[in-house]
Design a protein around this ligand. Structure first.
Ligand code: UT7
Length: 333
């Protein structure tokens, strides 16, 4: 059995900044409400009409990750792309990324686990490397939320939360025993499928899509915000503790927790419940909002740039989101 470790990280943030004040012009909301309830100050929206699509952003983030890894795209053996917002209903964004990187023939797997997507993708990649099937895997999280949310007062509870962007990591085989991904845990509870979902279009209705769905708003995300919040503040600490226990390490050993950036109040609650100092729990939600599957790799790339992760650092990535799904990954850098 091999181990896997991250040797390259990159991010792509769309150029267009959308502040809370910009949202005030589109719907009945306020900068004060958004800041107080979520910690978000601004987010970025992609210009898809000019080609700033999900897989374009994923490819740009991947090029940076490849450069840091000292690899060419042709060195990549497999792609795993986590997203809930591929540019086509099918095929997946992984195929779009592969085409943009010019590596036809390389397998491309899309992961549909929303805010936990990157943890599912990374943990899956780790297994492929551990068994020796692949050597270098590109793991990407990318989202274009801005074209799929209801940017009017009717959709304000969801619309103010989300932003666009992409992050990528290169995961490679290592013979080092105590380095790289130490443990990963993945969970889901489908009893809560509807509490954070987009119901239509989907194959469960006939016809697949019609005007009524557009008119009744079921094409937009629906969220029972308080219930999501309540579960998130329980599941985040639970899965982090589980993952440390599996690795035989105390949570207090952690150098940096990078939680999925869902809401500053959720991050705050997780930090308190784990009894960690503020500087050990990474935050950048104020700049980007919730970028779903992209939020962890974007945060990881910023944390590295800020010098918060060094050789031998113990880093814990964790997420909770639609499904409900939740998971964590523990890494010795
Ligand atoms: O990765 C997982 C993704 N999702 C999440 O992490 C979301 C988790 N949930 C949350 O973060 C919070 O539930 C929200 C931030 C979404 C909402 O905060 P809340 O404190 O739970 O507010 P609420 O939904 O109970 O709404 C309070 C009030 C309501 O008005 P009334 O009924 O008290 O008059 C809403 O209509 O705030 C109103 N409201 C808004 N007002 C201004 C809801 N959205 C907005 C808005 N601007 N954008």
């Amino acid at each position: 059995m091999y181990n896997s470790k991250i040797i390259g990280v990159g991010r792509y943030i769309p150029k267009r900044v959308v502040t809370n004040f910009d949202l005030e012009k589109m719907m009945d909301t306020s900068d004060a409400w958004i800041r107080e309830r979520t910690g978000i100050v601004e987010r970025h929206f992609a210009d898809v009409d000019s080609g700033e699509t999900n897989s374009y952003m994923g490819a740009e983030a991947s090029k940076i990750a490849l450069k840091m890894a000292g690899l060419q795209a042709s060195d990549i053996d497999f792609i795993i792309y986590a997203t809930l917002s591929p540019e086509y209903f099918f095929p997946g964004a992984g195929c779009g990324l592969q085409q943009k990187l010019g590596i036809p023939g390389v397998g491309a797997l899309d992961v549909r686990d929303q805010c936990t997507g990157f943890i599912y993708a990374l943990t899956t990649a780790d297994q492929f490397i551990k068994t020796g099937m692949y050597k270098n895997i590109l793991v990407v999280g990318g989202e274009v939320q801005s074209t799929g949310i209801n940017l009017t007062t009717a959709g304000r509870d969801v619309a103010v939360l989300f932003g666009d962007g992409a992050g990528a990591v290169v995961l490679t085989r290592t013979e080092e025993k105590d380095k790289g991904i130490l443990r990963g845990n993945l969970h889901a509870d489908g009893n809560f499928m509807k509490e954070l979902s987009v119901e239509n279009p989907g194959s469960g209705t006939h016809p697949f899509v019609d005007v009524e769905m557009v008119e009744n708003g079921s094409i937009f995300p629906h969220m029972v915000g308080r219930m999501v919040f309540k579960h998130a503040v329980t599941r985040f600490p639970e899965v982090i503790r589980e993952t440390f226990a599996d690795a035989g390490l105390p949570v207090s050993d952690v150098d940096l927790v990078i939680p999925h950036q869902a809401n500053e109040r959720i991050t705050e609650a997780v930090q308190m419940r784990l009894e960690l100092p503020r500087e050990k729990v990474f935050r950048n939600i104020h700049k980007y909002g919730n970028t779903t599957a992209a939020s962890i790799p974007i945060a990881l790339s910023e944390a590295l740039e800020e010098g918060l992760i060094k050789d031998n650092s113990l880093v814990c990535l964790a997420a909770f989101g639609s499904g409900f799904t939740w998971g964590a990954s523990l890494i010795r850098w």
